[in-house]
Design a protein around this ligand. Sequence first.
Ligand code: ZN
Ligand code: ZN
Length: 111
Amino acid sequence: MMFCPKCGAIMSFKQGVWKCNRCGYEMHANNSGRRVTLSRVIKHSEKEKTIVIEDQKIAVPPTAVLVKDQVRCPKCEHNEVYAWQIQTRAADEPSTTFYRCTKCGYTWREY
Ligand SMILES: [Zn+2]
Ligand SMILES: [Zn+2]
């Protein structure tokens, strides 16, 4: 959505041109500056091997078990989480344990 730089009203987009519904101000899409894409911000840190924030969208599989009092959510300190394991690449590699907080939904993994 675009707002008119002149009067602040909502502009409509037609054939490559933004036109203000109120004052008629026109602006070509090419000159309207960079369009901000509201894609998911992915934070990835190589240093933090234990906590990876990129996994928020991972679905909890049916094999996940409810773990109480053993693991704490690093975000809200809730002590009830879902835990499940995913086998990575080679069979001799240790599987990755995922956790999801039942309270705030925060997901992280442990190597
Ligand atoms: Zn206007
Ligand atoms: Zn939490």
